[in-house]
Design a protein around this ligand. Structure first.
Ligand code: COA
Length: 416
């Protein structure tokens, strides 16, 4: 099957998670992604959080599938020469080093344009260019704090809380991927490349926009009716942490199910969608609430929303989370079980759809990884294992015109 990004050559000068997540997705869709790694060590995630001694860690394998690995010391003249050749023949260079690292290496945007005016330089940084924190190095949780997510996540009586979802890392990589594809489309019109960057703070903020909405509502009216603090708690002048409240116009909460005392994930998320009120009452056997003016509008329910949730909790206390969802789904109520990672790993539907795949790695054997969360009618990405360190060095150098003798000499010069 011909893949849409086939023929697009990407220099993957990324590490850790944000950049690799971006280039992995482009590789899934057919781009020829060559990951440049430091000889001897490679991407730091190869050796971080290892579960098998001496074998590439899952941290690396789950972010670098479908890529080639080229080892190159780009601070040495011979390595720089190879990188220059690659820049001349490639379409995109993606990097997520600390601010200024690429310039220090001698590959400023100006130099890259000299080498290849069609080149798209795509960068992830912690903060955007010109930001008063632009010099900072940033990891996931730092970005979640700087992007507004942490101050609005968790419970009101606890500290700011970070999410288990990689809002700073993989999410920024996804934003960058959209930027790269847009720049590629732009290049078709202008013939020129451009610099594309996504900051982790901005990418987190883009997902935290409803809280910026809430800040402005709070400034205007002094309260937020869908938050647990309403109507009896206190609001200050900043958006509070709302626990598990629904972030939109539909109230929701995490509800205990059978076994919650011992199983930390025996819960469902239940949403009281306003137009489903009648259905909710029927599901709960509380038909008398359907037309009761004390219950039949969202505003009427607001001051007793937690009593309603308590009633639902009582209704499902002898049902597992799966049984509870099976009851409510018949009434068209938006809800889902809280799934553990173990349940997700074993979920048949996720395997069937290719959202979780098992791949064979040369050294570790079979491992689970994520597949494309985007589904197409005309293509099915085939998820392949991540490359070993330097696995494709000779292949790439040959393609660039290096002879066997030159390759051997380069290996000797780059040896660590
Ligand atoms: N050959 C030679 N040198 C190489 C190389 C190669 N193949 N690959 C990287 N390097 C060098 C870089 O040039 C840099 O050198 P310098 O500091 O002398 O200029 C150095 O290795 C490492 O760069 P740095 O990015 O500072 O690594 P770090 O481990 O100290 O910091 C981050 C890691 C993630 C904090 C930092 O890269 C960062 O803030 N990146 C931007 C934001 C980001 O993406 N963060 C999320 C990561 S998931």
């Amino acid at each position: 099957m011909s893949m849409p990004l086939e023929g697009i050559k990407i220099i993957d000068f990324t590490h850790v998670q944000a950049g690799p997540a971006c280039t992995q997705m482009l590789a899934w869709f057919g781009a020829d992604v060559i990951k440049i790694e430091r000889p001897g060590a490679g991407d730091v995630t190869r050796s971080q959080l290892r579960d098998i001694p001496g074998v590439d860690a899952l941290y690396f394998t789950m972010l670098n599938s479908n890529k080639k690995s080229l080892t190159l010391d780009t601070k040495k003249p011979e390595g720089k020469e190879v990188l220059e050749k690659l820049i001349r023949e490639s379409d995109v260079l993606v990097e997520n080093f600390a601010p200024g690292a690429l310039d220090r290496m001698g590959f400023s945007w100006e130099r890259i344009q000299e080498l290849n005016p069609r080149m798209i330089l795509a960068s992830v940084k912690g903060f955007s260019e010109g930001h008063h924190y632009e010099d900072l190095k940033v990891y996931e949780n730092v970005a979640q704090c700087a992007g507004g997510a942490a101050s609005t996540t968790g419970f009101w009586d606890g500290p700011p809380t970070v999410s288990g979802a990689a809002l700073g890392d993989s999410n920024t990589g996804m934003h960058l991927a959209i930027g790269i594809l847009t720049a590629l489309m732009g290049r078709q019109k202008t013939g020129r490349g451009q610099k594309v960057s996504a900051s982790m703070q901005d990418a987190v903020l883009n997902l935290t926009r409803v809280k910026l909405r809430d800040q402005q509502r709070l400034d205007k009216v002094g309260f937020l009716e869908e938050y647990p603090q309403y109507p009896n708690g206190k609001f200050t002048d900043v958006v509070p942490r709302g626990g598990n409240a629904g972030g939109g116009g539909q109230p929701g909460w995490v509800l205990k199910c059978k076994g919650w005392e011992t199983d930390p994930n025996a819960y469902i998320y239940f949403t009281i969608q306003s137009h489903a009120w009648g259905q909710i009452c029927k599901a709960l056997g509380k038909e008398e609430w359907i037309d009761d003016p004390a219950y039949n509008t969202p505003i009427a329910r607001q001051d007793k929303i937690f009593d309603i949730f308590a009633f639902i909790e009582d209704f499902i206390k002898d049902k597992t989370k799966f049984e509870a969802v099976d009851i409510f789904r018949k009434f068209d109520i938006p809800c889902a079980p809280v799934l553990s990672m173990k349940e997700i790993a074993e979920d048949e539907s996720l395997r069937k759809s290719g959202s979780i795949v098992e791949v064979e790695h040369k050294e570790r054997g079979k491992y689970l990884t994520v597949g494309s969360p985007i589904k197409f009618s005309e293509l099915t990405p085939e998820i392949k294992a991540s490359p070993l360190l330097g696995e494709h060095t000779d292949e790439v150098l040959k393609r660039l015109g290096y002879s066997d003798e030159q390759i051997a000499a380069l290996h000797a010069q780059q040896a660590v």
